[in-house]
Ligand binder design. Structure first.
Ligand SMILES: Nc1ncnc2c1ncn2[C@@H]1O[C@H](COP(=O)(O)OP(=O)(O)O)[C@@H](O)[C@H]1O
Ligand SMILES: [Mg+2]
Length: 382
């Protein structure tokens, strides 16, 4: 990397994910606020089929159409389906030649959410491509995306989670009545039903009886082959804490002030409350809770960030149950919403890290990790 030149940042947006549209809004702000004196931006749109398109034009058209448009064939810059295939066709040669001749960017900022984006798959591709990238690596991305595995690790460390059970699609199809009885008995209604691997409340429902449970489970299985069914906590503060890795070696991560999400006119923080209804939720920063609970929430966030081996950033979502006075781990988001008014950047801003500073910090972390990992031995002759 040429230190004197501007750092070329590939901003990835869109993606083969149910959170495609959300990603465009985040990317719009990231592209707007990246410090132009330090960074040159290379926008890369990933359409819903997984094809990658490069350039400012695709970014503008994506915002206009609220999705990365299916482009003309010769605009395709990369498609994962080429991996393992010969590159003799005109299309492949055209598309691959720029990257073979000259590296087109120095670091990747994945501004994408959900499956095939935030779950370690994209991170794996970037590792194989030998590129520095912002945020969590393969392992913590995959763990963070999986609501079952991340909960298991929290339980293992003694951090409370709401009582839950995991069901695979095959198991449900074979024995639905058995699971319905178990849910009623062990968790009791109401329960939350969630695909194990989505975000933005996609496929998440609250079921108050058996009829609603069956409908909720069928819906959740449209998005994933594994779901979690979870006891509903009915008297909560929904707390969120932003965590940012430090640039200094051997230093604790930066833990933000605590925020609270208050759904308004919605029973829970659903997709509509998040994105469709402008007044669907209030974001309270700082959360109106005692200092003691705030400190407990911040300590839990730090512990979870380190426990799940996160890198770069993560937003840790917790519940404070007013009935039991207990903090519960809900989930961790390794590529949290990144619009300027999203919780993660707002929490960091309230903690003294502005949006532009945050972007610069994350890119510096990505480059630092890449440089450290580049020094590892990859072949060993004994
Ligand atoms: N066990 C629970 N008790 C109470 N509310 C819950 C529970 N689980 C989820 N919710 C509500 O549903 C929302 C979405 O669930 P969450 O697990 O955060 O999924 P997502 O990853 O899609 O954001 C939460 O923000 C919260 O409002
Ligand atoms: Mg959530």
């Amino acid at each position: 990397m040429k230190i004197s030149d501007k750092i070329r940042v590939a901003v990835l947006f869109g993606g083969r994910s149910a959170e495609h549209e959300v990603s465009l809004q985040s990317a719009r702000n990231v592209i707007q606020y990246l410090d132009p004196s330090r960074f040159e931006i290379v926008p890369i749109g990933i359409d819903k089929q997984g094809d990658w398109f490069l350039g400012n034009d695709i970014f503008t058209r994506s915002l206009e159409q609220n999705k990365v448009p299916k482009s003309l064939d010769n605009d395709t810059w990369f498609t994962p389906e080429w991996v393992g295939k010969s590159v003799t066709t005109t299309k492949d040669q055209q598309a691959l030649s720029p990257s073979l001749n000259k590296q087109m960017f120095d670091v990747v900022f994945p501004v994408v959410h959900g499956t095939l984006c935030e779950d370690g798959t994209l991170q794996g591709l970037l590792e194989l491509a030998n590129l520095p990238y912002v945020g969590c690596g393969v392992l913590s991305s995959a763990i963070g995306m999986d609501k079952d595995i991340s909960k298991r690790l929290a339980i293992n460390a003694g951090i409370p989670v709401p009582a839950y059970m995991t069901i695979k699609a095959d198991q449900w199809r074979a024995n639905a009545a058995h699971f319905a009885a178990l849910i009623k008995d062990k968790l009791s209604y109401p329960v939350f039903v969630k695909p194990a691997n989505t975000g933005s409340s996609i496929g998440v429902s609250k079921a108050k009886d058996e009829k609603a449970l069956f409908a909720a489970i069928e819906d959740a299985f449209r998005f994933d082959t594994k779901i979690v069914v979870e006891k509903s906590l009915n008297n909560i503060h929904e707390l969120e804490v932003a965590v940012l890795e430090s640039l200094e070696p051997n230093t604790d991560p930066i833990i933000s002030v605590v925020g609270e999400i208050k759904p308004k006119g919605h029973e829970f923080y659903s997709y509509d409350a998040k994105y469709t209804d402008e007044h669907g939720a209030e974001l309270l920063i700082p959360a109106p809770i005692t200092n003691e609970i705030k400190e407990k929430a911040r300590a839990a966030a730090k512990e979870l960030f380190l426990l799940l081996e996160c890198e770069g950033m993560a937003r840790v979502d917790l519940f404070f149950d007013k009935d039991t006075q207990q903090i519960y781990f809900n989930e961790i988001n390794t590529l949290p919403g990144f619009t300027k008014i999203s919780m993660y950047p707002k929490l960091m801003d309230a903690s003294g890290v502005s949006y532009s500073e945050l972007l610069t910090h994350l890119i510096q972390l990505a480059i630092k990790r890449y440089q450290t990992k580049s020094q590892l031995i990859r072949s060993y002759a004994g």
